[in-house]
Design a protein around this ligand. Structure first.
Ligand code: ZN
Length: 160
């Protein structure tokens, strides 16, 4: 996921990245990437490059509730500024700023994309509010559990 800085036009331009290869070969990713797209807006102002990427990444994940596989699409964004001129390092207000050595013609966005995608995964990652697999799992764990009368009475108490 590299951008070639030298050949970028002045002003605004856009690039689309849709290769899955890097995500698929990344051993730190524990789920199966199925589809990836990042629309990258670039604004080149002299020595500076302002980047804003919108990411959509679909993968096969394991549901936390039912342990089954499910498909989910993660949305995320990256923002960064690259500069060939170190004097901008102090004046830029954003979080992500990278000083690029003058001889370096390309910049790899993958580390930024990787972090953005992983941060987009919810802490409690489930297929949905009503997980069928989790209900099946419950039945399997306690196959002949009959409703207990004592619980029923207790429930009535709460309902009053
Ligand atoms: Zn589930």
């Amino acid at each position: 996921m590299k951008i070639l800085l030298n050949t970028l036009p002045r002003g605004k331009s856009e690039q689309i990245f849709d290769s899955l290869a890097q995500l698929q070969h990344d051993e730190s990713i524990q789920w199966k990437p199925l589809q990836f797209e990042m629309k990258l807006n670039i604004d080149r102002q002299g020595q500076n490059f302002y980047l804003h990427g919108k990411i959509s990444c679909t993968g096969l994940f394991i549901c936390e509730a039912g342990m089954e596989e499910f498909e989910d699409t993660l949305k995320s964004e990256i923002e960064a500024m690259l500069t060939f001129d170190s004097k901008y390092l102090e004046s830029y207000e954003g979080d992500e700023i990278y000083h690029i050595p003058a001889h370096q013609a390309e910049f790899d966005l993958y580390p930024l994309v990787h972090d953005a995608v992983l941060l987009a995964i919810p802490i409690s990652h489930r297929c949905g509010p009503d997980c069928q697999a989790a209900q099946e799992l419950q039945k399997f764990i306690r196959p002949d559990d009959k409703p207990d009368e004592r619980w029923a009475k207790l429930k009535d108490l709460f309902n009053e």
